[in-house]
Design a protein around this ligand. Structure first.
Ligand SMILES: [Zn+2]
Length: 459
């Protein structure tokens, strides 16, 4: 791909909105030139209103195919744990081909709505009876292929999953697909890394399912092994999603999960704590201080009845946040951010919780925080239009009814809180156009394959 250059009428840069921005992209998909208040040069293509694309820090792709299918009462006390039974039944039906077709469609939806990178917390590894496929990374390959088909940047996080609960409880039959020993996990990690080693837009990190599924010693073994190999890629973990999980952790480990993790590991910017929902005031301050990113999945956490993250308190301590689509009942980052703020408003019965003295615009502040935290959660140079960063950007529909005549400082607020319509017209990922005029080149084919893969699963 030869170098391309653009003259952008209005772009959101790291220090705010700028006009007449000239942006060049090199043949590796990185920003190689950036100047503002300038004029077009020969060959420049004109663009209207541009903002950076977001990172989705947490996805379980296969769950996209069961969206809407768990919204009925099984018992008068339905919880996360009863939802999980349905999810397991579904997880055990998915073939490698199904997974590729489901994830391709999901990633296409994500791109169209503003995500340019996704971290896939991937725990389907074997056949449903637990027997390994001929290649240990078979289902990881399905995910990598899907990312290529849709064109999203992928951080694959193969998940270490060993037990069904605290106290080294054996995996349930329906969890056999997820299970690995430390040895087989590291083999999977190696093979998945090799599979995408020639694709610089993808990377492989590490995921530890949770403290209930991974005992202390194997957790340390995996972390030390990767560290010894000079591997400093991101480490993600589900940490405190459910109050029951917190109670069990106190009983089994003598500590709350976040407390235990901070006491037993060097938690720093390499870490992303998914669903740090249930934290004490002290834990909230310590996580913020650690430099880790917290991955919040507002619509999933609402869907599953998890609880609300102590956002204001955490931001006041300088904490980093990223958003994730998790169960993929919602693939729109603007809606995730809206609900992140709305949950806090409902709880506190006040408004504009995510803004502060420095940035009074709630939408702008949330968007910026998640651009920064999202990039941090995957350890990648994205999320800002800056020299040397990936050219991952969204072109907004500046002539839409919602954005026409809107002053710069209200653009992101409008995107998040002003409309349910998509205002994203085109999307560039790694310097290459994936969505042009609301359309993806392989959209129909990807959709057909999703429909045919999910037809049998859904019935
Ligand atoms: Zn999750």
């Amino acid at each position: 791909m030869p170098q391309q250059s653009y003259l952008i009428k209005k772009a959101l840069l790291s220090d705010g909105w700028a006009e007449n921005v000239r942006l060049s992209v090199n043949d590796d998909g990185f920003i190689s030139g950036l100047s503002k208040n300038t004029t077009a040069e020969q060959g420049d293509q004109p663009l209207g209103m541009v903002i950076p694309g977001l990172v989705n820090c947490h996805s379980h792709s296969f769950q996209r195919a069961m969206a809407g299918l768990t919204e009925y009462q099984v018992s008068a006390t339905d919880t996360f744990w009863s939802w999980r039974k349905t999810m397991y039944r579904f997880a055990n039906l998915v073939s490698p081909e199904d997974l590729q077709d489901i994830a391709s469609y999901l990633y296409l939806e994500m791109i169209k709505q503003g995500y340019t990178s996704v971290a896939e917390f991937h725990y389907l590894h074997h056949q449903s009876n637990g027997t390994a496929y001929s290649s240990v990374s078979q289902l990881s390959q399905s995910i990598i292929n899907a990312a290529n088909i849709a064109g999203i940047n992928l951080t694959l996080l193969p998940v270490l999953y060993m037990h069904s609960g605290f106290g080294d409880l054996a995996l349930l039959d329906e969890q056999k697909r997820f299970g690995n020993s430390v040895e087989s996990y590291l083999a999977l990690h190696d093979e998945a890394t090799r599979y995408c080693s020639d694709q610089s837009q993808h990377s492989v990190g590490t995921a530890l399912h949770s403290l209930r599924a991974v005992p202390a010693r194997p957790m340390s073994e995996v972390i030390s092994h990767l560290k010894d190999m000079g591997n400093h890629s991101p480490i993600h973990i589900h940490i405190a999603e459910q109050t029951q999980e917190v109670e069990q952790s106190i009983k089994a480990l003598g500590n709350r999960p976040v407390e235990w993790l901070l006491d037993n590991h060097d938690v720093d910017k390499q870490w992303c704590l998914i669903h740090a929902t249930h934290m004490t005031t002290e834990e909230t301050a310590l996580v913020a201080k650690s430099g880790a990113t917290v991955g919040i999945c507002p619509t999933t956490e609402a869907n599953l009845g998890d609880g609300l993250f102590p956002l204001r308190e955490y931001l006041d301590h300088g904490g980093h946040i990223a958003i994730g689509s998790d169960g993929n009942t919602c693939t729109n980052p603007m809606e995730e951010l809206r609900w992140l703020e709305y949950g806090q408003r409902l709880l506190s019965r006040t408004r504009n919780i995510s803004s502060d003295d420095k940035q009074r615009h709630t939408g702008s502040n949330l968007y910026r925080q998640c651009l920064k935290g999202g990039a941090r959660s995957i350890g990648t140079k994205t999320g800002t239009l800056k020299l040397g960063y990936r050219a991952d950007l969204l072109v907004l529909d500046e002539h839409s009814a919602d954005l026409s005549g809107i002053a710069n400082e209200f653009v992101i607020d409008t995107l998040l809180f002003g409309t349910s319509q998509s205002l994203i017209k085109s999307v560039m990922i790694n310097g290459s156009w994936k969505i042009t005029d609301f359309h993806h080149a392989n959209e129909l084919r990807i959709k057909e394959k999703f429909i045919s893969a999910t037809h049998a699963l859904r019935s």
